[in-house]
Design a protein. Structure first.
Length: 556
Protein backbone atom coordinates (compact mmCIF):
# COMPACT_ATOMS: atom_id res chain seq x y z
CA UNK A 1 0.00 0.00 0.00
CA UNK A 2 1.41 3.38 -1.00
CA UNK A 3 1.27 5.80 1.93
CA UNK A 4 -0.17 9.25 1.12
CA UNK A 5 1.99 12.25 1.90
CA UNK A 6 1.16 14.83 4.54
CA UNK A 7 0.43 18.21 3.04
CA UNK A 8 0.08 20.21 6.22
CA UNK A 9 -0.58 19.65 9.90
CA UNK A 10 -3.42 21.20 11.80
CA UNK A 11 -1.84 20.61 15.18
CA UNK A 12 0.13 23.82 15.07
CA UNK A 13 -2.95 26.01 15.37
CA UNK A 14 -5.45 26.26 18.21
CA UNK A 15 -7.99 23.48 17.99
CA UNK A 16 -11.09 25.65 17.78
CA UNK A 17 -9.78 28.76 16.04
CA UNK A 18 -11.39 29.67 12.75
CA UNK A 19 -11.57 32.80 10.66
CA UNK A 20 -15.36 32.87 10.97
CA UNK A 21 -16.29 34.50 14.33
CA UNK A 22 -19.44 32.41 14.72
CA UNK A 23 -17.27 29.28 14.89
CA UNK A 24 -15.76 30.41 18.17
CA UNK A 25 -19.21 30.82 19.70
CA UNK A 26 -19.75 27.06 19.43
CA UNK A 27 -16.68 26.20 21.51
CA UNK A 28 -18.29 26.10 24.98
CA UNK A 29 -20.90 23.66 23.73
CA UNK A 30 -18.68 21.32 21.70
CA UNK A 31 -18.61 18.54 24.25
CA UNK A 32 -21.72 19.51 26.22
CA UNK A 33 -23.79 16.38 26.96
CA UNK A 34 -27.40 16.07 25.95
CA UNK A 35 -29.34 17.02 29.02
CA UNK A 36 -31.63 14.03 29.54
CA UNK A 37 -33.68 11.26 27.95
CA UNK A 38 -36.42 13.71 27.39
CA UNK A 39 -34.68 16.50 25.61
CA UNK A 40 -31.43 17.67 24.12
CA UNK A 41 -32.79 21.20 24.06
CA UNK A 42 -33.06 23.14 27.34
CA UNK A 43 -36.75 23.63 28.06
CA UNK A 44 -38.31 26.51 29.95
CA UNK A 45 -38.83 26.60 33.69
CA UNK A 46 -42.48 25.81 32.97
CA UNK A 47 -41.43 22.30 31.88
CA UNK A 48 -39.10 21.67 34.81
CA UNK A 49 -41.52 19.71 37.01
CA UNK A 50 -42.63 17.54 34.07
CA UNK A 51 -39.05 16.77 33.07
CA UNK A 52 -38.07 15.87 36.62
CA UNK A 53 -41.11 13.61 36.89
CA UNK A 54 -40.17 11.77 33.70
CA UNK A 55 -36.55 11.33 34.80
CA UNK A 56 -37.71 9.32 37.82
CA UNK A 57 -39.32 6.68 35.58
CA UNK A 58 -37.59 3.71 33.98
CA UNK A 59 -36.07 4.68 30.63
CA UNK A 60 -35.54 1.78 28.21
CA UNK A 61 -34.25 4.15 25.54
CA UNK A 62 -31.32 4.86 27.82
CA UNK A 63 -30.66 1.44 29.39
CA UNK A 64 -31.70 -0.75 26.45
CA UNK A 65 -34.71 -3.03 26.00
CA UNK A 66 -34.67 -6.44 27.75
CA UNK A 67 -34.44 -9.63 25.71
CA UNK A 68 -37.84 -10.73 24.43
CA UNK A 69 -39.60 -7.61 25.72
CA UNK A 70 -41.34 -6.93 22.40
CA UNK A 71 -42.58 -10.48 21.85
CA UNK A 72 -46.09 -11.69 22.59
CA UNK A 73 -44.87 -14.04 25.32
CA UNK A 74 -44.20 -14.27 29.04
CA UNK A 75 -41.06 -12.18 28.45
CA UNK A 76 -42.99 -9.39 26.72
CA UNK A 77 -43.98 -6.07 28.21
CA UNK A 78 -47.18 -6.20 30.25
CA UNK A 79 -49.87 -4.28 28.36
CA UNK A 80 -52.10 -4.61 31.41
CA UNK A 81 -50.21 -1.72 33.01
CA UNK A 82 -51.00 0.49 30.04
CA UNK A 83 -54.67 -0.49 29.94
CA UNK A 84 -55.10 0.20 33.65
CA UNK A 85 -53.42 3.59 33.30
CA UNK A 86 -55.62 4.57 30.35
CA UNK A 87 -58.73 3.34 32.17
CA UNK A 88 -57.91 5.72 35.04
CA UNK A 89 -57.61 8.51 32.44
CA UNK A 90 -61.04 7.74 30.98
CA UNK A 91 -59.81 5.65 28.01
CA UNK A 92 -58.83 8.64 25.84
CA UNK A 93 -57.69 6.34 23.00
CA UNK A 94 -61.36 5.67 22.24
CA UNK A 95 -62.17 9.31 21.52
CA UNK A 96 -60.53 9.63 18.10
CA UNK A 97 -59.90 7.51 15.01
CA UNK A 98 -56.39 6.09 14.93
CA UNK A 99 -53.95 4.96 12.27
CA UNK A 100 -51.40 2.65 13.87
CA UNK A 101 -48.00 2.27 12.16
CA UNK A 102 -45.38 -0.41 12.86
CA UNK A 103 -42.30 -1.53 10.94
CA UNK A 104 -38.54 -1.68 11.14
CA UNK A 105 -37.86 1.43 9.07
CA UNK A 106 -39.98 4.19 7.59
CA UNK A 107 -42.55 4.49 10.40
CA UNK A 108 -41.78 8.12 11.18
CA UNK A 109 -41.70 9.19 7.53
CA UNK A 110 -44.94 7.37 6.75
CA UNK A 111 -46.56 8.99 9.77
CA UNK A 112 -45.30 12.41 8.62
CA UNK A 113 -46.68 11.89 5.10
CA UNK A 114 -50.10 10.69 6.30
CA UNK A 115 -50.46 13.38 8.97
CA UNK A 116 -49.60 16.02 6.38
CA UNK A 117 -52.21 14.60 3.97
CA UNK A 118 -54.93 14.70 6.63
CA UNK A 119 -54.01 18.25 7.64
CA UNK A 120 -54.07 19.35 4.00
CA UNK A 121 -57.71 18.22 3.85
CA UNK A 122 -58.44 20.33 6.93
CA UNK A 123 -58.71 17.64 9.59
CA UNK A 124 -57.45 18.21 13.12
CA UNK A 125 -54.68 15.65 13.55
CA UNK A 126 -52.61 14.38 16.42
CA UNK A 127 -49.39 12.56 15.56
CA UNK A 128 -47.34 10.55 18.03
CA UNK A 129 -43.85 9.39 17.03
CA UNK A 130 -40.50 8.50 18.58
CA UNK A 131 -37.68 9.19 19.12
CA UNK A 132 -37.29 12.94 19.00
CA UNK A 133 -34.37 14.96 17.69
CA UNK A 134 -34.13 18.08 19.87
CA UNK A 135 -37.07 18.19 22.28
CA UNK A 136 -39.52 15.63 23.58
CA UNK A 137 -42.31 17.95 22.41
CA UNK A 138 -41.54 16.82 18.82
CA UNK A 139 -43.09 13.44 19.66
CA UNK A 140 -46.53 15.04 19.80
CA UNK A 141 -47.81 17.25 17.00
CA UNK A 142 -51.29 18.72 17.09
CA UNK A 143 -53.99 20.51 15.14
CA UNK A 144 -54.21 21.65 11.54
CA UNK A 145 -50.69 23.14 11.52
CA UNK A 146 -48.79 20.08 12.72
CA UNK A 147 -46.47 21.95 15.07
CA UNK A 148 -44.88 20.23 18.09
CA UNK A 149 -47.03 20.54 21.17
CA UNK A 150 -46.34 23.82 22.96
CA UNK A 151 -44.63 24.00 26.31
CA UNK A 152 -47.79 25.49 27.81
CA UNK A 153 -50.12 22.80 26.45
CA UNK A 154 -47.87 19.91 27.49
CA UNK A 155 -47.14 21.29 30.94
CA UNK A 156 -50.78 22.22 31.60
CA UNK A 157 -52.04 18.79 30.58
CA UNK A 158 -49.40 17.08 32.69
CA UNK A 159 -50.57 18.97 35.76
CA UNK A 160 -54.19 18.18 34.86
CA UNK A 161 -53.59 14.41 34.94
CA UNK A 162 -50.67 14.28 37.40
CA UNK A 163 -52.80 12.94 40.25
CA UNK A 164 -53.97 10.05 38.06
CA UNK A 165 -50.38 9.39 36.97
CA UNK A 166 -49.21 9.36 40.59
CA UNK A 167 -51.92 6.84 41.46
CA UNK A 168 -50.95 4.62 38.52
CA UNK A 169 -47.22 4.73 39.32
CA UNK A 170 -47.98 3.74 42.90
CA UNK A 171 -50.41 1.00 41.83
CA UNK A 172 -47.86 -0.49 39.42
CA UNK A 173 -45.12 -0.35 42.08
CA UNK A 174 -42.75 1.67 39.93
CA UNK A 175 -42.92 -0.55 36.84
CA UNK A 176 -44.44 2.09 34.55
CA UNK A 177 -41.83 3.34 32.10
CA UNK A 178 -41.27 6.78 30.63
CA UNK A 179 -42.56 5.61 27.26
CA UNK A 180 -45.77 4.23 28.78
CA UNK A 181 -46.49 7.40 30.73
CA UNK A 182 -45.72 9.70 27.82
CA UNK A 183 -47.85 7.59 25.46
CA UNK A 184 -50.76 7.83 27.86
CA UNK A 185 -50.23 11.57 28.18
CA UNK A 186 -50.24 11.92 24.38
CA UNK A 187 -53.49 9.98 24.02
CA UNK A 188 -55.09 12.02 26.81
CA UNK A 189 -53.97 15.27 25.19
CA UNK A 190 -55.35 14.18 21.80
CA UNK A 191 -58.70 13.49 23.44
CA UNK A 192 -58.73 16.85 25.22
CA UNK A 193 -57.87 18.67 21.98
CA UNK A 194 -60.65 16.73 20.21
CA UNK A 195 -58.47 15.64 17.29
CA UNK A 196 -60.34 13.82 14.53
CA UNK A 197 -57.40 11.53 13.69
CA UNK A 198 -54.38 10.31 15.61
CA UNK A 199 -51.50 8.87 13.62
CA UNK A 200 -49.59 6.69 16.07
CA UNK A 201 -46.16 5.15 15.57
CA UNK A 202 -45.36 1.99 17.52
CA UNK A 203 -42.21 2.29 19.59
CA UNK A 204 -40.94 -1.32 19.55
CA UNK A 205 -42.42 -4.21 17.59
CA UNK A 206 -46.17 -3.99 17.90
CA UNK A 207 -47.83 -6.78 19.84
CA UNK A 208 -46.50 -5.69 23.25
CA UNK A 209 -45.77 -2.05 22.47
CA UNK A 210 -47.40 0.51 24.78
CA UNK A 211 -49.28 1.97 21.81
CA UNK A 212 -51.02 -1.35 21.08
CA UNK A 213 -54.02 -0.68 23.28
CA UNK A 214 -56.31 0.28 20.40
CA UNK A 215 -59.39 -1.84 19.78
CA UNK A 216 -60.84 -2.46 16.33
CA UNK A 217 -63.46 0.21 17.02
CA UNK A 218 -60.70 2.73 17.81
CA UNK A 219 -58.65 1.84 14.75
CA UNK A 220 -59.23 3.09 11.21
CA UNK A 221 -56.17 1.54 9.50
CA UNK A 222 -53.06 -0.34 10.57
CA UNK A 223 -49.81 -0.04 8.62
CA UNK A 224 -46.68 -2.22 8.56
CA UNK A 225 -43.94 -0.48 6.59
CA UNK A 226 -41.33 -3.26 6.34
CA UNK A 227 -39.49 -5.97 8.29
CA UNK A 228 -35.74 -5.83 8.97
CA UNK A 229 -33.18 -7.20 11.41
CA UNK A 230 -33.24 -4.55 14.13
CA UNK A 231 -33.88 -5.05 17.86
CA UNK A 232 -33.44 -8.76 17.24
CA UNK A 233 -32.94 -9.75 20.88
CA UNK A 234 -35.98 -7.76 22.04
CA UNK A 235 -38.18 -9.16 19.26
CA UNK A 236 -37.39 -12.87 19.37
CA UNK A 237 -34.15 -13.25 17.43
CA UNK A 238 -35.33 -13.74 13.83
CA UNK A 239 -37.09 -11.96 10.97
CA UNK A 240 -39.99 -14.34 11.43
CA UNK A 241 -40.41 -13.44 15.12
CA UNK A 242 -40.17 -9.75 14.24
CA UNK A 243 -42.92 -10.18 11.65
CA UNK A 244 -45.11 -11.91 14.23
CA UNK A 245 -44.48 -9.12 16.77
CA UNK A 246 -45.28 -6.32 14.32
CA UNK A 247 -48.38 -8.08 12.98
CA UNK A 248 -49.74 -7.78 16.52
CA UNK A 249 -51.14 -4.35 15.59
CA UNK A 250 -53.61 -5.89 13.11
CA UNK A 251 -57.17 -5.67 14.39
CA UNK A 252 -60.26 -7.60 13.41
CA UNK A 253 -61.91 -6.38 10.18
CA UNK A 254 -59.78 -3.25 10.03
CA UNK A 255 -57.74 -2.73 6.82
CA UNK A 256 -54.00 -3.36 6.84
CA UNK A 257 -51.60 -1.43 4.59
CA UNK A 258 -48.29 -3.06 3.73
CA UNK A 259 -45.33 -0.95 2.63
CA UNK A 260 -42.62 -3.38 1.64
CA UNK A 261 -41.23 -4.92 -0.35
CA UNK A 262 -41.13 -7.98 1.93
CA UNK A 263 -39.46 -11.35 1.62
CA UNK A 264 -42.19 -13.73 0.39
CA UNK A 265 -42.29 -15.88 3.54
CA UNK A 266 -42.32 -12.78 5.78
CA UNK A 267 -45.22 -11.27 3.86
CA UNK A 268 -47.00 -14.62 4.15
CA UNK A 269 -46.74 -14.46 7.97
CA UNK A 270 -48.33 -11.01 8.01
CA UNK A 271 -51.02 -11.85 5.44
CA UNK A 272 -51.94 -15.02 7.33
CA UNK A 273 -52.43 -12.96 10.48
CA UNK A 274 -54.59 -10.48 8.56
CA UNK A 275 -56.62 -13.34 7.10
CA UNK A 276 -57.22 -14.77 10.57
CA UNK A 277 -58.50 -11.33 11.64
CA UNK A 278 -60.68 -10.92 8.51
CA UNK A 279 -58.65 -7.77 7.73
CA UNK A 280 -58.45 -6.62 4.09
CA UNK A 281 -54.89 -5.98 2.88
CA UNK A 282 -53.65 -3.17 0.62
CA UNK A 283 -50.00 -3.38 -0.45
CA UNK A 284 -48.00 -0.44 -1.79
CA UNK A 285 -45.74 -3.04 -3.44
CA UNK A 286 -48.49 -4.74 -5.47
CA UNK A 287 -47.78 -5.13 -9.22
CA UNK A 288 -50.34 -2.42 -9.99
CA UNK A 289 -48.14 0.14 -8.25
CA UNK A 290 -46.17 1.98 -10.96
CA UNK A 291 -44.71 4.68 -8.78
CA UNK A 292 -41.31 5.93 -9.87
CA UNK A 293 -38.57 8.44 -9.23
CA UNK A 294 -38.03 10.79 -12.17
CA UNK A 295 -35.20 13.00 -10.95
CA UNK A 296 -33.90 15.51 -8.43
CA UNK A 297 -34.17 19.27 -8.39
CA UNK A 298 -31.29 21.16 -6.79
CA UNK A 299 -32.35 24.58 -8.02
CA UNK A 300 -32.81 25.88 -4.48
CA UNK A 301 -31.22 25.18 -1.11
CA UNK A 302 -33.89 22.59 -0.27
CA UNK A 303 -33.56 19.72 -2.77
CA UNK A 304 -36.69 17.96 -4.03
CA UNK A 305 -37.25 14.73 -5.88
CA UNK A 306 -39.77 14.51 -8.69
CA UNK A 307 -41.96 11.41 -8.55
CA UNK A 308 -45.02 9.79 -10.07
CA UNK A 309 -47.26 7.92 -7.61
CA UNK A 310 -49.54 5.62 -9.57
CA UNK A 311 -51.50 3.07 -7.55
CA UNK A 312 -53.95 0.50 -8.83
CA UNK A 313 -54.53 -2.16 -6.21
CA UNK A 314 -57.35 -4.64 -6.66
CA UNK A 315 -56.77 -7.42 -4.18
CA UNK A 316 -58.83 -7.11 -0.98
CA UNK A 317 -59.83 -3.46 -1.43
CA UNK A 318 -59.82 -1.58 -4.72
CA UNK A 319 -57.83 1.64 -4.39
CA UNK A 320 -56.70 3.80 -7.27
CA UNK A 321 -54.87 7.11 -7.72
CA UNK A 322 -52.63 8.80 -10.29
CA UNK A 323 -50.37 11.64 -9.16
CA UNK A 324 -47.80 12.93 -11.64
CA UNK A 325 -44.77 15.10 -10.90
CA UNK A 326 -45.11 15.06 -7.12
CA UNK A 327 -42.27 17.06 -5.52
CA UNK A 328 -41.11 15.34 -2.32
CA UNK A 329 -38.87 17.08 0.20
CA UNK A 330 -38.04 13.71 1.76
CA UNK A 331 -35.45 12.20 -0.57
CA UNK A 332 -34.62 8.74 -1.85
CA UNK A 333 -36.43 5.77 -3.34
CA UNK A 334 -37.22 4.57 0.18
CA UNK A 335 -39.07 7.83 0.84
CA UNK A 336 -41.03 7.38 -2.38
CA UNK A 337 -42.04 3.97 -1.01
CA UNK A 338 -43.05 5.58 2.30
CA UNK A 339 -45.07 8.18 0.39
CA UNK A 340 -46.84 5.44 -1.57
CA UNK A 341 -47.56 3.58 1.69
CA UNK A 342 -49.06 6.71 3.27
CA UNK A 343 -51.11 7.28 0.12
CA UNK A 344 -52.50 3.74 0.39
CA UNK A 345 -53.53 4.46 3.99
CA UNK A 346 -55.20 7.69 2.86
CA UNK A 347 -57.09 5.78 0.18
CA UNK A 348 -58.29 3.27 2.79
CA UNK A 349 -59.65 6.18 4.83
CA UNK A 350 -61.33 7.52 1.69
CA UNK A 351 -62.89 4.07 1.18
CA UNK A 352 -64.36 4.37 4.69
CA UNK A 353 -66.11 7.61 3.72
CA UNK A 354 -63.63 10.25 4.87
CA UNK A 355 -63.14 13.17 2.49
CA UNK A 356 -59.61 13.04 1.05
CA UNK A 357 -59.18 14.62 -2.37
CA UNK A 358 -56.32 13.91 -4.76
CA UNK A 359 -55.35 17.56 -4.37
CA UNK A 360 -55.01 17.18 -0.60
CA UNK A 361 -53.04 13.96 -0.96
CA UNK A 362 -50.59 15.68 -3.31
CA UNK A 363 -50.30 18.77 -1.11
CA UNK A 364 -49.73 16.66 1.99
CA UNK A 365 -47.01 14.57 0.36
CA UNK A 366 -45.22 17.64 -0.93
CA UNK A 367 -45.22 19.51 2.38
CA UNK A 368 -44.13 16.60 4.59
CA UNK A 369 -40.73 17.02 6.24
CA UNK A 370 -38.78 15.38 9.05
CA UNK A 371 -35.67 16.54 10.85
CA UNK A 372 -32.65 14.33 10.29
CA UNK A 373 -33.89 12.42 7.25
CA UNK A 374 -31.74 13.42 4.26
CA UNK A 375 -31.76 16.93 5.68
CA UNK A 376 -29.43 19.40 3.96
CA UNK A 377 -28.32 22.34 6.03
CA UNK A 378 -28.75 25.74 4.40
CA UNK A 379 -25.73 27.86 3.47
CA UNK A 380 -26.52 30.10 6.43
CA UNK A 381 -26.54 27.12 8.81
CA UNK A 382 -23.23 25.87 7.39
CA UNK A 383 -21.75 29.32 7.97
CA UNK A 384 -23.07 29.31 11.54
CA UNK A 385 -20.98 26.17 12.10
CA UNK A 386 -17.94 28.02 10.78
CA UNK A 387 -18.01 26.11 7.48
CA UNK A 388 -18.97 28.63 4.79
CA UNK A 389 -19.62 27.01 1.43
CA UNK A 390 -19.81 23.48 2.83
CA UNK A 391 -22.58 21.07 1.84
CA UNK A 392 -23.71 19.21 4.96
CA UNK A 393 -26.36 16.51 5.05
CA UNK A 394 -27.84 15.02 8.23
CA UNK A 395 -29.33 11.54 8.10
CA UNK A 396 -30.11 9.33 11.09
CA UNK A 397 -29.43 6.04 9.24
CA UNK A 398 -28.26 3.36 11.67
CA UNK A 399 -28.98 -0.01 10.03
CA UNK A 400 -27.67 -1.78 6.92
CA UNK A 401 -30.99 -1.16 5.19
CA UNK A 402 -31.04 2.56 5.97
CA UNK A 403 -27.37 2.82 4.97
CA UNK A 404 -28.25 1.31 1.57
CA UNK A 405 -31.11 3.79 1.20
CA UNK A 406 -28.84 6.69 2.14
CA UNK A 407 -26.14 5.79 -0.37
CA UNK A 408 -28.66 5.06 -3.14
CA UNK A 409 -30.13 8.51 -2.62
CA UNK A 410 -26.74 10.23 -2.72
CA UNK A 411 -25.62 8.32 -5.82
CA UNK A 412 -28.83 9.23 -7.63
CA UNK A 413 -28.96 12.88 -6.61
CA UNK A 414 -25.21 13.58 -6.55
CA UNK A 415 -23.56 10.87 -8.70
CA UNK A 416 -20.16 12.62 -8.85
CA UNK A 417 -19.99 13.75 -5.24
CA UNK A 418 -17.05 12.96 -2.99
CA UNK A 419 -18.02 12.19 0.60
CA UNK A 420 -16.71 12.58 4.10
CA UNK A 421 -18.72 10.75 6.76
CA UNK A 422 -19.02 11.88 10.37
CA UNK A 423 -20.29 8.86 12.30
CA UNK A 424 -21.50 8.16 15.84
CA UNK A 425 -23.59 5.13 16.81
CA UNK A 426 -25.32 3.39 19.69
CA UNK A 427 -23.71 0.21 21.00
CA UNK A 428 -26.62 -2.08 20.10
CA UNK A 429 -26.35 -1.53 16.33
CA UNK A 430 -24.64 -3.62 13.64
CA UNK A 431 -21.52 -1.49 13.27
CA UNK A 432 -19.77 -3.91 10.94
CA UNK A 433 -22.72 -4.31 8.59
CA UNK A 434 -23.29 -0.55 8.55
CA UNK A 435 -19.61 0.02 7.68
CA UNK A 436 -19.61 -2.54 4.85
CA UNK A 437 -22.52 -0.83 3.11
CA UNK A 438 -21.04 2.67 3.29
CA UNK A 439 -17.51 1.55 2.35
CA UNK A 440 -18.89 -0.13 -0.77
CA UNK A 441 -20.05 3.26 -2.07
CA UNK A 442 -16.68 3.87 -3.72
CA UNK A 443 -16.71 7.64 -3.21
CA UNK A 444 -15.45 8.12 0.35
CA UNK A 445 -12.57 10.44 1.14
CA UNK A 446 -12.63 10.02 4.92
CA UNK A 447 -14.61 8.78 7.90
CA UNK A 448 -14.47 10.78 11.12
CA UNK A 449 -15.56 8.80 14.18
CA UNK A 450 -17.00 10.69 17.11
CA UNK A 451 -19.20 10.17 20.17
CA UNK A 452 -22.52 11.62 21.30
CA UNK A 453 -24.80 10.75 24.18
CA UNK A 454 -27.60 8.29 23.42
CA UNK A 455 -30.89 9.35 25.05
CA UNK A 456 -28.99 11.84 27.19
CA UNK A 457 -26.55 9.33 28.62
CA UNK A 458 -23.28 7.58 27.70
CA UNK A 459 -24.52 4.11 28.69
CA UNK A 460 -25.41 3.11 25.12
CA UNK A 461 -22.73 5.17 23.34
CA UNK A 462 -20.14 3.37 21.22
CA UNK A 463 -16.62 4.71 21.76
CA UNK A 464 -15.06 6.25 18.67
CA UNK A 465 -12.11 3.84 18.90
CA UNK A 466 -14.41 0.80 18.99
CA UNK A 467 -16.41 2.18 16.09
CA UNK A 468 -13.23 2.73 14.11
CA UNK A 469 -12.12 -0.86 14.79
CA UNK A 470 -15.31 -2.11 13.13
CA UNK A 471 -14.66 0.01 10.06
CA UNK A 472 -11.03 -1.13 9.87
CA UNK A 473 -12.23 -4.74 9.97
CA UNK A 474 -14.83 -4.08 7.27
CA UNK A 475 -12.27 -2.32 5.09
CA UNK A 476 -9.79 -5.20 5.44
CA UNK A 477 -12.48 -7.78 4.65
CA UNK A 478 -13.35 -5.88 1.48
CA UNK A 479 -9.72 -5.55 0.39
CA UNK A 480 -9.78 -1.77 0.63
CA UNK A 481 -7.04 0.69 1.53
CA UNK A 482 -7.22 2.98 4.52
CA UNK A 483 -4.98 5.28 6.49
CA UNK A 484 -5.54 5.19 10.25
CA UNK A 485 -4.80 8.69 11.54
CA UNK A 486 -4.12 9.02 15.26
CA UNK A 487 -6.39 11.07 17.49
CA UNK A 488 -3.61 13.44 18.52
CA UNK A 489 -2.77 14.44 14.96
CA UNK A 490 -5.24 16.38 12.85
CA UNK A 491 -3.50 16.01 9.52
CA UNK A 492 -4.81 16.98 6.12
CA UNK A 493 -3.85 14.25 3.69
CA UNK A 494 -3.28 14.45 -0.04
CA UNK A 495 -3.62 11.03 -1.62
CA UNK A 496 -0.97 10.17 -4.20
CA UNK A 497 -2.46 6.89 -5.38
CA UNK A 498 -2.29 6.52 -9.13
CA UNK A 499 -5.19 5.06 -11.06
CA UNK A 500 -5.26 3.26 -14.37
CA UNK A 501 -6.16 5.36 -17.38
CA UNK A 502 -9.90 5.79 -17.66
CA UNK A 503 -10.53 3.89 -14.43
CA UNK A 504 -12.79 5.35 -11.79
CA UNK A 505 -12.11 4.08 -8.31
CA UNK A 506 -12.00 4.99 -4.65
CA UNK A 507 -8.74 6.21 -3.16
CA UNK A 508 -7.58 5.26 0.31
CA UNK A 509 -10.15 6.14 2.95
CA UNK A 510 -8.84 8.20 5.85
CA UNK A 511 -9.97 7.17 9.33
CA UNK A 512 -9.96 9.80 12.12
CA UNK A 513 -11.22 10.08 15.69
CA UNK A 514 -12.29 13.53 16.73
CA UNK A 515 -14.92 15.58 18.54
CA UNK A 516 -18.06 16.44 16.60
CA UNK A 517 -17.29 20.02 15.63
CA UNK A 518 -13.63 19.24 14.88
CA UNK A 519 -14.81 16.35 12.66
CA UNK A 520 -17.03 18.68 10.65
CA UNK A 521 -14.17 21.13 10.27
CA UNK A 522 -11.69 18.45 9.27
CA UNK A 523 -14.12 16.94 6.78
CA UNK A 524 -14.62 20.29 5.12
CA UNK A 525 -10.88 20.85 4.74
CA UNK A 526 -10.31 17.37 3.31
CA UNK A 527 -13.02 17.90 0.71
CA UNK A 528 -11.72 21.36 -0.15
CA UNK A 529 -8.24 19.96 -0.76
CA UNK A 530 -9.12 16.72 -2.53
CA UNK A 531 -12.39 17.04 -4.38
CA UNK A 532 -11.18 19.50 -7.00
CA UNK A 533 -14.05 20.37 -9.29
CA UNK A 534 -16.21 17.56 -7.92
CA UNK A 535 -18.97 18.32 -5.48
CA UNK A 536 -18.17 17.36 -1.90
CA UNK A 537 -20.67 16.48 0.84
CA UNK A 538 -20.17 16.01 4.57
CA UNK A 539 -22.66 13.33 5.66
CA UNK A 540 -23.45 13.16 9.38
CA UNK A 541 -24.97 9.76 10.12
CA UNK A 542 -25.14 6.65 12.32
CA UNK A 543 -27.82 7.83 14.74
CA UNK A 544 -30.52 10.43 15.18
CA UNK A 545 -28.60 11.45 18.29
CA UNK A 546 -25.64 12.76 16.27
CA UNK A 547 -28.16 14.65 14.12
CA UNK A 548 -29.51 16.15 17.33
CA UNK A 549 -26.01 17.14 18.42
CA UNK A 550 -25.35 19.02 15.15
CA UNK A 551 -28.67 20.84 15.35
CA UNK A 552 -27.81 21.65 18.94
CA UNK A 553 -24.66 23.44 17.81
CA UNK A 554 -26.80 25.58 15.51
CA UNK A 555 -29.25 26.45 18.28
CA UNK A 556 -26.46 27.48 20.60
Amino acid sequence: MKIPSIVRSLTSRPRYRHKTPLFAKCRPFLDAPLRSFSTALPESQEMKEFMEYMEKLKNYEKIGVPRGAGTDSDDGFDLGRMRRLLHNLGNPQSKFKAVHIAGTKGKGSTAAFLSSILRAEGYSVGCYTSPHIRTIRERITLGTAGEPVSVKALSSHFHLIKEDLDTAVKLEKGHLSQFEVFTALAFSLFAEEKVQFAVIEAGLGGARDATNVLTNSDLAVSVITNIGAEHLAALGGSLESIAVAKSGIIKERRPLVLGGPFLPHIERIIRDKALSMCSPVVSASDPGNRSGLKGFSRACEIPHQLCDILLLIERDLRVFIELFDVQLRLLGSHQLQNAATATCAALCLRDQGWNLSDTSIRAGLESAFLLGRSQFLTSKEAEMLGLPGATIMLDGAHTKESAHALMDMIKTAYPEARLVLVVAMANDKDHLGFARVLLSAGCLEAVCFTEVDIAGDKTRTTSSSSLKDSWVQACQEMGGDFLNCKTAKYELIENQHTQSAGKKGCESVLFFESSLLASLRLGNEILAAKSGNQHGIIVVTGSLHIVSAVLGLLER
